[in-house]
Design a binder for this molecule. Structure first.
Ligand code: HEC
Ligand code: HEC
Length: 269
């Protein structure tokens, strides 16, 4: 890089290096910003992880929980470059709840900015096409979802509790879970089954296991512990969750997704 630059403007590589050093942090930031404009898939994936850990709690997984700001649709209160977004991430916005992240590097902040851009560029979220009220009726009725899932105080415990799922996962991910349940199973949701010596079969989520014992939360939400030596069988089993297309058409799936996105753990009846 220095070579080409040296030849081009007649300066030695050393002079070019000195120039870079002299311009210091500003040029470093510019270089990172240039990099963010050409963000790689790795940058975006790192940015997504950092966003989920540090930002989703307030801004929401789809970036639309704070009034006037909607990252998923590229809506900001004022126009911001990637470098300005990175600056806000590191410094926060004084006198507002937007906190500083002093431990975060410029590069990490720019990766988050790249993720916010990528989010906005994605195809319109399926959740926005659906109707949450219709989705709820389908979820509780024809979809049969309460047979396995719990929302608030209703439903069963054999599948994951979905009371706050709208805070944990994005519309596009939820759609994926419904269309192809086996494709996207979060590690803590993997189904595990044991068959006891007396033939009793217990399915649930694996809580813990060591050389001698295995602990599950069974489909009734009870903690069960077994001695491995006394079991006929034990191991992970495929998800029992049926693909949503078995019960619902595409418009109905969009309704259910928009209902799930609305589940944020508040005011559950
Ligand atoms: C504690 C809650 C909270 C957290 C955590 C948080 N934010 Fe914010 N953020 C806010 C609030 C509230 C505002 C609006 C501030 C205001 O009133 O101007 C905001 C504003 C912003 C803005 C300015 C948007 C605009 O339109 O001007 C950006 C960009 C932003 N946040 C990005 C992030 C990113 C990225 C993270 C994670 C690294 C994050 N925020 C973490 C609450 C939060
Ligand atoms: C026979 C039981 C069963 C039925 C019926 C069922 N699910 Fe599931 N579901 C599960 C299990 C078990 C998992 C965890 C494993 C996985 O992710 O596939 C799961 C996972 C999910 C997830 C991912 C949760 C997460 O934390 O990532 C969503 C979302 C979901 N189900 C929604 C639904 C909806 C909506 C319906 C109704 C249309 C439904 N499920 C019907 C058993 C079921």
């Amino acid at each position: 890089m220095f070579d080409r630059r040296g030849r081009h403007d007649g300066a030695s590589p050393q002079a070019a290096a000195a120039l870079l050093l002299a311009s210091g942090a500003a040029s470093l930031l510019a270089a990172f910003a240039a990099r963010a404009q050409h963000a790689t898939a790795y940058d975006v994936a790192d940015g997504e992880r950092a966003y989920e850990a540090a930002c989703a709690n307030c801004h929401g997984p789809d970036g639309d929980l704070i009034p006037g700001i909607d990252f998923g649709r590229g809506v900001y209160r004022r126009e911001l470059t990637d470098a300005e977004i990175a600056r806000i991430i590191v410094d926060g916005i004084p006198n507002t709840p937007m906190p500083p992240n002093p431990g975060m590097s410029e590069l990490e902040a720019l990766q988050i900015a790249a993720y916010l851009r990528a989010m906005a560029a994605e195809k319109r979220d399926i959740a926005r096409r659906g109707d949450p009220a219709r989705g709820r009726a389908l979820f509780e009725g024809k979809g049969g979802c309460l047979d396995c899932h719990r929302v608030g105080t209703r439903g069963s415990r054999s599948g994951p509790d979905l009371t706050r799922i709208g805070r944990l996962r994005r519309g596009v991910e939820l759609e994926q879970s419904l269309l192809d349940p086996e494709a996207e199973v979060r590690p803590e949701n993997r189904s595990y089954a044991v068959t006891a010596a007396d033939g009793e079969r217990v399915t649930g989520r694996l809580l813990n296991h060591d050389t001698f014992t295995v602990q599950l939360v069974d489909t009734y939400g009870r903690l069960r512990s077994f001695e491995k030596s006394e079991l006929l069988e034990h191991g992970f089993v495929p998800t029992p969750m049926p693909p949503a297309r078995e019960a619902l058409d595409d418009a109905e799936i969009a309704d259910v997704v928009s209902y799930l996105v609305s589940l944020r753990g508040e005011s559950m009846q």
